[in-house]
Ligand binder design. Structure first.
Ligand SMILES: [Zn+2]
Length: 201
């Protein structure tokens, strides 16, 4: 998906209807910051907003995802390409999520084995300390890798404005979390809340 092209197309279609970002935002019950973000190519509208947006702009979803008006002949071809791209994106996200879980499991097994070795096997004290230090480093590296993979897998959804966003790794690591939610600040409305992790758009 070419977000820049899609953004330009949204701006074009809005202007040809002669309405401001604010007016379009009101029609869709989103903030004008959201419209501005789409038009700058910094994010795609989430799926539940695509139909209302296209209705307001008098375009089709297929044209929105392609970023241009389509002739009858191009229509089918582009529709298939767009569908494949969305599926591809979701598959990539699922793969990252699975890798993150595998990475976490391997880390736990490795660290537990090292601790068992250090605790129960007869050895020199220095070697025992070295193994413990190594176990701590392994845990840190494993957790870090799992986080980096997970933060890139999909999106977080703001419960207030329903915006989908990818947090920075720093913000992500600091955020208090449960299995499916994480405390994050929404870049759209600025509210801090428990945001749900969504793998697919
Ligand atoms: Zn929000």
């Amino acid at each position: 998906m070419d977000q820049i092209k899609i953004g330009r197309f949204i701006a074009e279609a809005r202007k040809s209807r002669g309405i401001t970002q604010r007016q379009l935002a009101d029609e869709l019950s989103v903030s004008d910051k959201t419209i501005s973000k789409w038009e700058c190519g910094k994010g795609l509208p989430e799926v539940s907003l695509m139909l209302p947006l296209c209705g307001a702009l008098n375009i089709t979803v297929n044209e929105l995802l392609t970023g241009e008006r389509l002739s009858e002949a191009d229509y089918r071809k582009k529709a298939e390409e767009n569908m494949m791209e969305l599926m591809e994106e979701n598959r990539e996200n699922k793969k990252r999520m699975a890798l993150s879980v595998i990475c976490g499991i391997i880390t736990i097994i490795a660290v537990l084995s090292l601790i068992v070795i250090a605790a129960f096997i007869e050895m020199h004290a220095a070697l025992r300390i070295a193994i413990i230090v190594f176990a701590v480093l392994t845990a840190a590296a494993g957790i870090g890798a799992a986080c980096v993979l997970e933060v890139k897998a999909g999106y977080f959804e703001c419960p207030h404005c329903k915006a989908l966003f990818v947090p920075t790794t720093g913000e992500y690591v600091k955020g208090f979390h449960t299995l499916t939610r994480r405390r994050l600040t929404c870049p759209e409305c600025g509210k801090t809340s428990m945001c749900r992790h969504r793998i697919v758009r």
